[in-house]
Design a protein around this ligand. Structure first.
Ligand SMILES: Cc1ncc(COP(=O)(O)O)c(C=O)c1O
Length: 399
C-alpha cells in the first residue's frame, strides 16, 4: 500500500495567512508580569455597570422582540451617533454612517474596499499597528510619514505626495490619528490639519481619521476634527464607544461619503452589529449619562497621567524624553542613543514590568529608540511602582 504523504495544514494557508506574524514584543518574557504598561486597556474600576445594567433591563422589558431578534442596529443608536458627530461639526446622516464591531473592525475593512496588492497606503510613523497590519497583509505598499510633537509632519507628506504624483502613483488613503495619537499621545494643531485636508483635496487622496481618543481631553483647547474641516468629502472619520463607555460593547462607527460607507458595509459580511447591544447603548446614551461619565473618565485619566509623568521625572535618567499628552491613554518616551527599547523590555520583564517597545509601532523596523507607556489601566500605586522599576532597570543598563 502506498504510504500517505505527510500533509501539513500549514500548506493550505493563503500567502497572507502564512506570512502574518503573531504579535511579539521583541522578548520572551519568562517572569510573572506584575505591572503591564503594554496595552491601552480601559480602567475597569470606571466601567458604568449600574447604568449599563439599567439600560439592559429596560431593553429587555420594553424592546425584547426587536432587540433579541435578527435585525439591524437600533435606529436610536444611529440618532445618538449622529448627535455626537454633529456636535463636532461633522456632516452626519444615516447614509453617511456605518456601525461596526468596534472601530478596529471598520478600519480592518479598508483594504477590502481600497487596496490591491502593491497599492500605496500612507501611515504615520509611529502608528497603531493593530490596524496597519491589516493593510500590510492585504499587500499594501506602506509609506511612513514621521510624527513629531505636533503629529504627522504634513510638509513631509506633501513632499511624498509630489514625489508619488511624479511617478504616476495615487495613494489609496492616508491613515492618521490626529488627536491623542496612539502611540505618541500628541495632537496635531489646526494649521497642520488644514494643510492635511487641503492636500487630500489637491491630490485626490482619502484621509482616514481615527478619532478613538478625542473625548478624553484633560488639558488644552479642543481642536476641530479633520472631518469637520473637510468640505470636499475626502475624510473618512472613524470613532468608537470603547474608550468612553466600555470596550466590551464592541461598537464603533465610520462617517463619510455614502459610496464609501456603502462599500464598507458590503464587505462586512457577517451583517450589522448585535441588535441587543445597539439598543442598550442607544438607551444608555439617550438617558443623558454619557457626558457626565466622560467627565469622570477624564478626571481619572488626567490624574493617572500626571502620576506617571511625575514618577518618570523622578525615576528616569534625565535624557529620557517623555512627551506630555493633553489626553488619551499613552505617554511616549524617547530613549537615549545608548539604550534599546528591546533590551530595556527584556531587562524590565525580568522584574515583572512590561511596556510596548517602539518597534511595535512601525512597519519598517524603526522604533527601537522609544517606548509607549499606557497609564490608562494600572492603579496609581502600580504606576509609581512600575515606573520606579523601569527607572532602576534604565540605570542598571547604563552601568
Ligand atoms: C488608535 C486606535 N484606533 C482604533 C482602536 C480600536 O478600537 P475599538 O476596535 O475597540 O473600537 C484602538 C484601540 O486601542 C486605537 O488605539
Amino acid at each position: 500500500m502506498a504510504s500517505t504523504p505527510a500533509y501539513r495544514i500549514a500548506d493550505l494557508f493563503a500567502a497572507r495567512a502564512k506570512n502574518i506574524a503573531p504579535p511579539t514584543y521583541g522578548t520572551e518574557l519568562t517572569k510573572i508580569i506584575t505591572v503591564s504598561f503594554a496595552y491601552g486597556l480601559a480602567d475597569p474600576t470606571l466601567f458604568p455597570h449600574d447604568d449599563l445594567a439599567a439600560a439592559s433591563a429596560e431593553v429587555l422589558t420594553k424592546e425584547a422582540p426587536t432587540a433579541l431578534n435578527y435585525g439591524p442596529p437600533a435606529a436610536q443608536l444611529y440618532e445618538q451617533i449622529i448627535l455626537r458627530l454633529q456636535a463636532q461639526g461633522i456632516t452626519a446622516d444615516r447614509d453617511r454612517i456605518l456601525i461596526g464591531y468596534g472601530s478596529g473592525q471598520i478600519l480592518g475593512l479598508l483594504p477590502d474596499v481600497f487596496v490591491e496588492p502593491g497599492d500605496v497606503v500612507i501611515v504615520e510613523g509611529p502608528t497603531f499597528l493593530g490596524v496597519v497590519t491589516r493593510f500590510v497583509s492585504a499587500g499594501a505598499k506602506i509609506i511612513t510619514i514621521p510624527v513629531d510633537e505636533l503629529g504627522m509632519d504634513v510638509d513631509a507628506l506633501e513632499a511624498t505626495l509630489i514625489d508619488l504624483q511624479k511617478q504616476g502613483i495615487r495613494p489609496r488613503f492616508i491613515y492618521t490619528i490626529p488627536t491623542f495619537h496612539n502611540p505618541t499621545g500628541v495632537t496635531m494643531p489646526l494649521s497642520r490639519r488644514q494643510k492635511l485636508v487641503a492636500l487630500a483635496a489637491e491630490y485626490g487622496v482619502l484621509v482616514v481619521e481615527d478619532d478613538a481618543y478625542s473625548d478624553l481631553r484633560f488639558r488644552g483647547e479642543t481642536v476641530p476634527t479633520l472631518a469637520s474641516l473637510d468640505k470636499a468629502g475626502w475624510v473618512l472619520y472613524v470613532s468608537t464607544f470603547s474608550k468612553i463607555i466600555v470596550p466590551g460593547v464592541r461598537l464603533g462607527w465610520a462617517c463619510g461619503a455614502p459610496p464609501i460607507i456603502e462599500r464598507l458595509a458590503m464587505f462586512k459580511s457577517e451583517g450589522p452589529v448585535g441588535p441587543f447591544i445597539s439598543h442598550v447603548i442607544a438607551r444608555y446614551c439617550a438617558a443623558g449619562k454619557l457626558d457626565a461619565h466622560i467627565q469622570k473618565l477624564v478626571a481619572s485619566y488626567q490624574h493617572k497621567c500626571d502620576v506617571m509623568l511625575e514618577a518618570i521625572a523622578h525615576e528616569f535618567p534625565s535624557d529620557v524624553i517623555a512627551l506630555r499628552p493633553d489626553g488619551g491613554f499613552f505617554v511616549w518616551c524617547k530613549l537615549p542613543a545608548d539604550i534599546s527599547a528591546k533590551t530595556l523590555l527584556n531587562a524590565s520583564g525580568e522584574h515583572g514590568v512590561t511596556f510596548l517597545p517602539g518597534t511595535r509601532c512601525y512597519t519598517n523596523g524603526e522604533g527601537d529608540d522609544a517606548i509607549r507607556l499606557a497609564f490608562s489601566y494600572q492603579p496609581t500605586e502600580k504606576i509609581v511602582e512600575g515606573i520606579a522599576t523601569l527607572g532602576a532597570v534604565l540605570r542598571q543598563l547604563r552601568q
